[in-house]
Design a protein around this ligand. Structure first.
Ligand SMILES: [Zn+2]
Length: 374
């Protein structure tokens, strides 16, 4: 049996190949083209590859399975290859390395993280190693829009996993993620009574006036001490300055730390009522990603990872974040560690970057987790 190899230059060259193939979520052919490359490379390394065709305007998903441990419990590696950046963004943010920093669209969120998981699994296979559990790497195409076509697959693989390792980026000095807030999305529709603003103002019932009140109520539900935020991120309404507004609309984002708080806040938001007769308020929506709570099983898996990181030579810390990921879907099904990707900053921005020196230690940590969870 050989040793898995982890060399910065080789891994960075592989990350570059993935970054230079742009993969916006809404460009399914581009996403599939990168999936083709990953599938071919995985197959060449001896992994068993399944493709799940795209649906509803999204690219397909890819599942690579280790040839060993097919009937054993699985360690699930969970990644996405879609990015928020449109085709051509690479002109603005070309792949380049300056000192310890490598730049590129989606390099931090999360092509580098997906790549180091791919590399570690390929190296285990090439070295002829086996692990106590089988290894499954699920790579999806639609995470950046909430995983509408991959959620069922993620939950099915998560439900039979011994542990789930999500390769979202590390943050704040290499911290991994062991808890994420749940995410809710709502639409608020208000209908009033239109009227001429000069001649018949008293007959009107302004949907915009009602919206203004509802926005203050919704934003007032934010409670930082309890970890709750309610953000009215989009709103519009009305037609002309001289018409009492008949219609108004708002889009709302809710973040909550736990399932009971999710239930409480969803009920409060759905129960909004109008302030005056002649106005209707309709709220639709609910939780999109459930809260990812650091329970005892996740704590134990984190402590295990921390010990492995110490052997590799770095201190592993964790945090809770308000951002959602596919880890939200698996945390209640199997112990889940997230943020195991590469350290860096600037996710979703024009300065997205990774720290090159974090590549090998993080790849080794993923490899050691695969070798020891079981
Ligand atoms: Zn991501």
């Amino acid at each position: 049996m050989g040793e898995p190899r982890f060399e910065t230059d080789g891994i960075l060259a592989g990350i570059r190949r993935w970054v230079e193939r742009e993969t916006p979520t809404d460009a399914p052919q581009a996403v599939d083209a990168l999936m083709d490359l990953v599938a071919a490379d995985y197959a060449a390394a001896g992994l068993l590859v399944e493709r799940v065709p795209g649906l509803d305007g999204f690219g397909g998903h890819l599942i690579a399975r280790s040839p060993w441990g097919r009937d054993a419990p699985q360690v699930l590696l969970l990644s996405h290859l879609d990015t928020v950046h449109p085709i051509g963004f690479i002109e603005r943010l070309p792949f380049k390395v300056e000192g310890d920093v490598a730049y590129g669209p989606g390099i931090y969120d999360m092509k580098a993280g997906a790549y180091i998981a791919f590399h570690a699994l390929c190296e285990l296979a090439r070295a002829g190693r086996t692990t106590p559990c089988g290894i499954t790497h699920l790579i999806v195409s639609d995470e950046e829009v909430g995983s509408p076509t991959s959620r069922a697959l993620i939950e099915a693989e998560g439900a039979r996993a011994k542990a789930v390792l999500v390769t979202e980026p590390a943050r704040e000095g290499g911290r991994i993620v062991t808890a994420r807030k749940g995410v809710g999305r709502f639409e608020l529709k208000i209908t009033g009574q239109p009227a001429h603003s000069g001649a018949r103002h008293q007959d009107g019932r302004s949907a915009l006036k009602e919206l203004a009140r509802q926005i203050l109520i919704l934003e007032g539900m934010t409670d930082y001490d309890r970890g709750i935020t309610v953000n009215v991120g989009v709103a519009h309404g009305g037609t002309r300055e001289n018409v009492v507004a008949e219609e108004a609309w708002a889009g709302i984002d809710l973040r909550v730390p736990s399932p009971p708080v999710a239930d409480e806040m969803v009920a409060r938001i759905l129960a909004l009522t109008p302030h005056e007769d002649g106005v209707t308020v309709t709220v639709t929506g609910g939780m999109n990603r459930p809260p990812y709570v650091k329970d005892e099983r996740i704590t134990a898996l984190f402590e295990h990872a921390k010990g492995l990181a110490a052997e590799i030579g770095f201190e592993l810390k964790d945090l809770m974040t308000g951002g959602g990921s596919d880890g939200n879907f698996t945390a209640a099904l199997a112990p889940t560690l997230d943020g195991l990707g590469v350290d860096g900053k600037g996710g979703h921005t024009h300065y997205e970057q990774i720290y090159v020196s974090s590549i090998v230690p993080r790849a080794r940590l993923l490899c050691r987790l695969m070798e020891t969870v079981g």
